[in-house]
Ligand binder design. Structure first.
Ligand code: ATP
Length: 294
């Protein structure tokens, strides 16, 4: 008699914390309040393949300043797209629109043929996993922090996610392994470790579309390699969208979208773009030079 309600309360508690994490993660990435509400007749989005189409998308945060103009691109299901460009070019804004944090002021964004503006925000976000630059950790054990990705995940699934996220060596060194308390009142994790916790959460959630916001802060190269190989692992066969700062991390993307002042300046594979000898080539050469001299 006591067990049932307690069990249920535990479930509710985990559910609430689970959705809190999603919201917190989202805010950590987006740093602002949602600006739109669902239409009264909004439906639930169904994603089977994960194809994304931006069609003539325009967007302005404020009427007097156009941020995105005429953005057109297609991400085929199961492929990897990278978005690059100078600071302020509009990369994060693309992700905010994909997440239905805002609706485009012109054009449409379709996921598997469905115009996301007509569907509930919740159902859109359910199908998209985000690995932000800065992950929020709760004052709880490392295992529980990972379980937030999917509260009903089994112990084996959590272990598997830890492995795929390249966190196992780290966990094995902790005093209480996965039961170690982390967060503000526990062990503080480095930026790269936190990002790998977020990757493990996303592996548990396994959404058809994943968005990675590459950390701008310099991670040590071991951390960076671990993150990159974890990302490759989980993105296999899924649609993935990466906001990239270092071009060396995205040379294998199926398409690279080069944003410049709110418009797509160039798009194609790494070698297509190098052949164009334009903005991408300049960015690439500048970064190569930094790597060689720095
Ligand atoms: P970074 O690489 O620095 O993160 P970004 O390419 O992701 O830059 P966005 O964050 O998409 O660029 O910003 C595009 C433009 O929109 C910038 O000029 C920015 O100042 C503006 N902007 C972003 N968020 C808002 C907002 N909430 N309200 C008004 N303007 C905004």
């Amino acid at each position: 008699q006591i067990f049932m309600p307690l069990n249920f309360l535990g479930f509710v508690y985990r559910e609430i914390r689970g959705s809190l994490t999603n919201i917190e993660n989202l805010f950590a990435l987006l740093e602002q309040q949602p600006a739109i509400v669902d239409k009264a007749d909004a439906k639930e989005l169904h994603v089977t393949k994960g194809e994304i189409v931006f069609e003539n998308v325009g967007f302005a945060y404020h009427k007097d300043r156009q941020i995105l103009e005429n953005v057109n691109f297609v991400v085929k299901a199961g492929t990897k797209v990278a978005v690059v460009g100078e600071s302020g070019a509009g990369k994060s804004t693309l992700v905010k629109l994909l997440f239905r944090f805002y609706d485009p002021t012109a054009g449409s964004i379709k996921i598997d043929g469905q115009d996301i503006a007509q569907y509930t925000q919740d159902s859109v976000r359910q199908h998209i996993g985000i690995v932000p630059q800065d992950t929020v950790l709760f004052n709880d054990t490392l295992y529980e922090n990972i379980r937030y990705g999917r509260p009903d995940a089994s112990e084996e699934e959590i272990q598997e996610a830890i492995k795929l996220a390249h966190l196992d060596a780290f966990v094995n060194l902790l005093p209480d392994k996965g039961d170690t308390q982390v967060g503000e009142r526990g062990l503080k994790l480095s930026g790269g470790e936190k990002q790998r916790v977020s990757i493990a959460r996303t592996i548990l959630k396994r959404p058809p579309i994943m968005v990675f916001d590459e950390a701008t802060s310099s991670l040590d190269s071991q951390s960076e390699q671990a993150i990159l190989s974890a990302l490759r692992e989980i993105a296999k066969g899924y649609t993935s969208f990466m906001i990239a700062h270092r071009l060396s991390t995205i040379v294998d993307a199926d398409i690279i979208i080069v944003m410049d002042k709110g418009q797509i300046a160039e798009q194609g594979s790494h070698s297509d773009l190098l052949n164009l000898n334009g903005i991408y080539t300049n960015l690439w050469q500048a970064q190569q030079k930094n790597t060689n001299t720095g």
